[in-house]
Design a protein around this ligand. Sequence first.
Ligand SMILES: Cc1cc2nc3c(=O)[nH]c(=O)nc-3n(C[C@H](O)[C@H](O)[C@H](O)COP(=O)(O)OP(=O)(O)OC[C@H]3O[C@@H](n4cnc5c(N)ncnc54)[C@H](O)[C@@H]3O)c2cc1C
Ligand code: FES
Length: 501
Amino acid sequence: MQLPEYPESYWRRTAELPAFPRLTRDLETEFAVVGGGLTGLTTAYLLAKEGRRVALLTADRLLGGTTGYTTAKITAQHDLIYDELIAHFGEDKARLYYEANAGALAFMRALAAEHGIACDFVDEDAVVYATREEGLHKLDKEYAAYQKLGIPGERYDTLTLPFGATAALSMKRQARFHPAPYAAFLASEIVRLGGEIFEETTMDKFHDGERASVTTKDGYTVTCDSVAACSHFPFFDNGFYFARLHAESSYVIAIKSPYDYPGGMYITANEPKRSIREVTYGGEKLLLIGGESHKTGQGECTIAHYETLKRFAEDTFGVEEIRYRWSTHDLVSTDKVPYIGYAREGTPNLLVATGYRKWGMTTSAVAGRLLADLMLGWDNPYAELFGPSRFQADPDMGTLAKETGDVAYHFVKGKLEWLKKDPDELGLDEGAAVRIHGRRCGAYRDHEGKLHVVDTTCTHMGCETEWNAGDRTWDCPCHGSRFTFDGEVMHGPAKKPLGRL
Ligand SMILES: Cc1cc2nc3c(=O)[nH]c(=O)nc-3n(C[C@H](O)[C@H](O)[C@H](O)COP(=O)(O)OP(=O)(O)OC[C@H]3O[C@@H](n4cnc5c(N)ncnc54)[C@H](O)[C@@H]3O)c2cc1C
Ligand code: FES
């Protein structure tokens, strides 16, 4: 079974999203929300709903970021997390984490039902399952945490599914949906309620002051009372977020299978991670199979990750066709709890939401509510738990030291690597780091035979980017910036393109 030649997300492909203009003038508003993913849309919607003036500005089209490439499970079962949260933060905060995410699921369910949003919202149980002894042990600890926190869950000794599961833990009545119609509804409501949306508008710099302002890359200024950075990686410069977050890439294939899938959203408790669920598209059922996570820019050849998922799908379910394949990355905070709230001490007019650890469907609704409440000057019971300033008191400094060491390792490794490959050796649609006149460069030969050569040194802090053969991108192993094959920035923290040679 062949992999589709070009990656294509099912969500983006079917998105019927309205188009909005780019910003071509200075703008004055009450609140500016930066980012057209689910976080930005939810925040702007909740502010507009309060009758406040809001402008949402996004670099790409709506859902051009990670939300357009998710698997769209809406669940408070964030893999295994509750046992770890109790150990790090205590029982009360672990319970708050659950309540925040369960509340977010309820909010999304109610919104979809109340407005009849045709977003294929389906209630389903979320299940973590173990295929090995190590997974079984973790599952038991997680189940004990569910019981302590009062989370409705059920523990099973077997599963009648072909995964080889030895045990499983379910969280009842979670959900899945199609994020594009849901996002389209939020966008149309923002506009109906008097808000403005600007696409293809990249925000560059935040300026503090009596009133906040943000300048766009095209040189226009947005002046407002406060700014919410919902740009996945924060678009502003300060706050050391690059040292407090790391990026993880994951892969998904959507297959047509003869297997009669009985429903449910499954994820493994042990390695290798596999995430499995069903979607219905045009009356036809497809299975989404995800996994193969690794730190962005640090995996093996990316095509190999798709091949591994394909083999798993063939062995487990049988495959008639692979319809889509895609990969994307999400950001992970040092203590696994997202950063949502005031971006840095002493700047009350700059807020941030990031570090969702691949659980951004419920977290975007948690963040939307929390950011909107803070911008409106209201209390929110989850402000302390998610507050980015908790970092100062974070007991898990070991993780940060490890991250910093990892960055230093990749910085030096990239510089010392001795490359023998010559650009002439590259076949059609092949890319690699090559040596030209003794210098490390990145070369990609496209389908027409044209060679695109870039300086592989990341414009963020100088690590050497690596070739991603699956997506035809240059990915940075240090803080996860991604660039197109000819060097344009796809994801920050880098803001400038790779040098073209
Ligand atoms: C493979 C995979 C599967 C996943 N599956 C699930 C799942 O099943 N369930 C779940 O809960 N979560 C899942 N996630 C996680 C979830 O998709 C993300 O956490 C979530 O979509 C992040 O949303 P966001 O709005 O914060 O960011 P994004 O969707 O990335 O939105 C950020 C927006 O900001 C814009 N932007 C960036 N920089 C600027 C700038 N300078 N100026 C203006 N705009 C800017 C971008 O263009 C983009 O539109 C998955 C993640 C991955 C990687
Ligand atoms: S993303 Fe930081 S050096 Fe590349």
